[in-house]
Design a binder for this molecule. Structure first.
Ligand code: SAM
Length: 187
């Protein structure tokens, strides 16, 4: 059965810093490129870059212009195709609103984090993706701020390698999660 639409959001505020304070992180060029390429590979519908900082929004706009219409578009059209998924929004709520309007129905946010061992197991999440449009919410810095984990918000089980070291980059985590949720399953 074909799955429902899926999107991904990369949140730069509110996230935590090393001290556990709520901060706003800078958009990283590499995050935008890599997660866009992974999103395109797994046929996601949208990739929301969430930042309230206008200058950061402008930075993303310049990056997108270069690869969608500028020199980058002719130099590497495949990259432009991936970056066409990108929308820049000031808040996660704005991403949800935009995605809900685009999907035409209620959407489900699925928060992620390295410390979420008791989150929704991947097989359950794969079933959820067959039932409803889902937005996978990724953080930056030291992870999504606690204020996003409101009652009833769905949380995905952390990717775990089995040992006690768990410091994946958001790019790596995005790729692993999307493959586990949407990749071909030989089983
Ligand atoms: N310690 C932070 C945490 O618990 O999320 C790691 C932050 S990491 C640099 C940024 C983002 O990558 C996280 O907010 C989460 O979206 C994703 N991420 C990193 N490791 C993950 C894991 N093991 N499982 C699920 N998501 C992970």
């Amino acid at each position: 059965m074909r799955r429902r639409p899926v999107s991904v959001a990369l949140v730069h505020h509110p996230v935590l810093d090393k001290r556990g304070d709520v901060v706003t992180t800078a958009v990283t060029n590499l995050d935008v490129h890599d997660i866009a390429r992974t999103a395109r590979t797994y046929e996601l519908d949208r990739f929301y870059v969430v930042t309230p900082v206008v200058e950061q929004q402008r930075l993303v706009a310049r990056l997108l212009q270069h690869w969608r219409e500028g020199f980058g578009a002719s130099y590497n059209p495949d990259r432009g195709e991936a970056l066409r998924l990108v929308e820049t929004v000031p808040t996660l709520e704005a991403a949800r609103f935009h995605w809900q309007r685009s999907a035409g129905e209620e959407v489900q946010l699925l928060l992620t984090g390295a410390g979420l061992a008791d989150g929704m197991p991947f097989p359950t999440a794969r079933r959820l993706l067959r039932e409803t449009p889902v937005m996978l919410v990724l953080g930056t810095g030291w992870g999504l701020a606690p204020e996003l984990f409101t009652p009833g918000m769905k949380v995905l089980a952390a990717v775990a390698g089995g040992g006690d070291y768990n410091h994946l980059s958001v790019r790596a985590a995005a790729a692993i999660i999307l493959d586990r949720l949407l990749g071909n399953r030989e089983e």
